[in-house]
Design a protein. Structure first.
Length: 191
């Protein structure tokens, strides 16, 4: 990965905004996104930058999230209102677009949907979603299965990731975002 841009200023900002663990996670996801972009012929710079910035508001306070939503006219649906774990993806996309002034819809969209996924994701968004599952710092039960799948097929890895996420949400009696359900159904319909 010798050609990875440095993005010094973004890394400096992330160090200021994130816990040390979350900062390391952001670097690990960026590296994995870059690797997957190379493997699957996607834009390596976009994937790396989306990976780097995907959790930029992860350690933000509730007040900061709410302020970002209000300032940029973001209206949460009922599931989002009641699932603060999803807020960082929504506020992070707005932060990257309106505060960092990154005007790239693919990067913004990838950050916005890195937690829920959605139908018809771009390759950048798909890679970020899966890089977040398979980065070197991850250690959940099925991570080895996910890492094997992501090296075989993005779609097979996506199917497994969605099933894993949906089952986890059901087992923990948590709501499932409609975007996740819609993508899962889309994949089943395509066969």
């Amino acid at each position: 990965m010798n050609n990875i841009p440095d993005y010094y200023e973004y890394k400096k900002l992330l160090k200021e905004r994130l816990s040390p663990e979350r900062y390391q996670h952001s670097l690990a996801v960026a590296d994995e996104a870059y690797r997957l972009a190379q493997k699957y012929d996607a834009n390596t710079d976009k994937c790396y930058l989306a990976g780097l910035l995907h959790d930029i508001t992860k350690n933000a306070s509730k007040e900061e999230h709410l302020n970002i939503f209000k300032t940029f006219g973001i209206i949460l649906n009922d599931v989002e209102k009641n699932a603060q774990k999803l807020w960082h993806a929504i506020s992070g996309a707005a932060f990257v677009k309106y505060i960092l002034l990154i005007n790239d819809d693919e990067i913004i969209d990838a950050i916005r949907y890195h937690t829920t996924a959605k139908q018809d994701m771009s390759k950048t968004a798909l890679i970020l979603y899966l890089a977040d599952f398979t980065s070197a710092d991850r250690n959940y039960n099925d991570v080895d299965i996910m890492r094997k799948l992501v090296d075989i097929s993005l779609i097979d890895a996506l199917k497994y990731a969605l099933s894993y996420s949906i089952n986890d949400l059901i087992n923990n009696k948590k709501m499932i975002h409609v975007d996740t359900v819609n993508l899962y159904n889309q994949i089943l319909l395509k066969g």
